[in-house]
Design a protein. Sequence first.
Length: 266
Amino acid sequence: MRRFRYVHAGAAAAALVLVLTGCGRAEEGGTAPLPDVEGAWSVESLTTGGRTLHAPEAARVDIGRDEATGNYGCNGFTARLVHDGVSALTVTPGATTAMACEDIDFETAFAKLFTGRLTIDRGPDRLTLKSADGSTIAMTPRPPAADAPLIVTEWTVDSTVNGDTAASLPAEAAGKARFTIADGTVSGTLGCNRFSAKATVDGSTVTFGPLTSTRMACEGPTGDVERALTDLFGSGPLTWKTKERTLTLLAPDGNGLTATGASAVE
């Protein structure tokens, strides 16, 4: 934590060593190391406008060298970062999902705070980001979860993607579109009709063959989602990536989906 203060001569050398060793290294004498700013963090609470808002369990931030990803508690987000040593960082919000969420008060406050220049206060087991008006985001280290495998995971579609914009599925269709890739095939439901197709995984791409599906008439938002997924799955090689339990599938034109991993298929 790069703070400057007057110290007695006998302590100056130790203080200088602490500053020069940087983040994540222990002081002499066995004192606990300060954590690196870059890493995975669970959001504990916000303080803003004289209030303390306690975070939902899903609220998190993964801080990288020039990018952050995370979850406001329900909606996911990305942001560009510029680090000012270990004392501050500047956040430029990027893409975010647009799902309807219960704790919208916390989501709105978190999104408002995690932008602009934020000063950094590090403790042995805590990271606090502070805005110019004194509002804070308190976070604790979070062990990164293993990425769910593309294969043999049941994926539930939760949003459609168009370029940098992700939109949650309509309430009538939420949770109904699910699929699993296993043994060279993809199968599941498009939200109304069940389907299956050949699936070929080649590195970071997956290609689905022609879909075979049941023929129920699907109307309204559920039917709209089904047609969108049918078009996506039939559009050729899709680029895939997983982060923890989130899958992103994208076509070359930027259209795609995000899905949440549920359970592995036995």
